[in-house]
Design a protein around this ligand. Structure first.
Ligand code: SF4
Length: 215
C-alpha cells in the first residue's frame, strides 16, 4: 500500500504594507489639501496679527488683483459663501478703513468694492506670509515647475466642469487663448504672441470670459 504524502500547509503571505494605499488620485488630492492647509494656516496667522478673520483676509486678496473694483455677488461666488455673509465681512473691512465702496465703472447705480491704500498695505503683509511656499516651489527644476503648473491648470479645468470651482480669469478660459498643437506653443491673440505654458496666467486682468473648453 503506497504511503500518503505528508500534508503541506501553504505558506501564508503577509499582506503587503502598501496594500491599502489609496489610489494616486486620492493621494494627489490629499497632498494638495495638506499644502493648502499649511499655506492657509500661514496666512491666517498673519491675518490674526492684523485682527482679521480668514474670510476678510481672502477678500483683501481677491480685491488686490482687481483695482477696477468688484461686485459683492462676485466676491460671494469666489468665496463660496452667501451674499449676506460676504456683505458682513465687507462691512467690517469698510469699517476698518481697508475697503471702500465706489460707483461701479460700468454701471453708475451699482457698487464696486476696492482696496484702500491701507488695505493694500495689509495685503502686502499677508502675501509675505506665503513666500515660504513660493520659495519651496522655486527650488524645483524650472521644467518641473512648468509641468506642475500645467497639470494643476488641467485639474482646475476638470473641477470647473463639475461646478465645484469658481470662475477664474485664467488663459484656458479666455477667448484670446489659442491652444498650441504639437511643437507649436499656445498663443495669446490679444497681444498676438506665443504663450509658453510657464507664462499662462491664472488671474489675468485682460481675460475675456468664455465657456471652459471641455477637457
Ligand atoms: S488675454 Fe490674458 S488670459 Fe487671455 S490669453 Fe491673453 S494672457 Fe491669457
Amino acid at each position: 500500500m503506497p504511503s500518503t504524502p505528508p500534508s503541506v500547509t501553504p505558506p501564508v503571505t503577509p499582506p503587503a504594507p502598501w496594500q491599502d494605499t489609496p489610489p494616486v488620485s486620492a493621494r494627489v488630492i490629499d497632498a494638495i489639501t495638506r499644502i493648502g492647509t499649511v499655506m492657509r494656516a500661514g496666512v491666517w496667522q498673519a491675518a490674526a496679527a492684523e485682527h482679521l478673520p480668514p474670510a476678510q483676509a481672502d477678500i483683501l486678496d481677491l480685491l488686490a488683483a482687481r483695482p477696477e473694483g468688484v461686485r459683492l455677488s462676485w466676491l460671494a461666488e469666489q468665496l463660496s459663501v452667501s451674499a449676506a455673509s460676504a456683505s458682513d465681512s465687507v462691512s467690517s473691512l469698510v469699517g476698518k478703513g481697508l475697503v471702500v465702496k465706489v460707483k461701479a465703472p460700468d454701471d453708475g447705480r451699482a457698487v464696486a468694492l476696492r482696496l484702500t491704500p491701507a488695505g493694500r498695505k495689509v495685503h502686502r503683509k499677508l502675501s509675505q506670509a506665503l513666500s515660504f511656499g513660493e520659495d519651496a516651489v522655486a527650488r524645483l527644476p524650472a521644467a518641473d515647475q512648468a509641468a506642475l503648473f500645467e497639470h494643476l491648470l488641467g485639474l482646475i479645468r476638470h473641477l470647473q466642469h463639475t461646478e465645484h470651482f469658481p470662475t477664474l480669469r485664467s488663459c484656458t478660459s479666455c477667448q484670446h487663448f489659442r491652444p498650441g498643437k504639437g511643437n507649436k506653443p499656445h498663443r495669446c491673440q490679444l497681444v498676438d504672441a506665443p504663450l509658453p505654458t510657464a507664462w499662462i496666467r491664472l488671474d489675468c486682468p485682460e481675460h475675456l470670459g468664455t465657456e471652459v473648453t471641455p477637457p
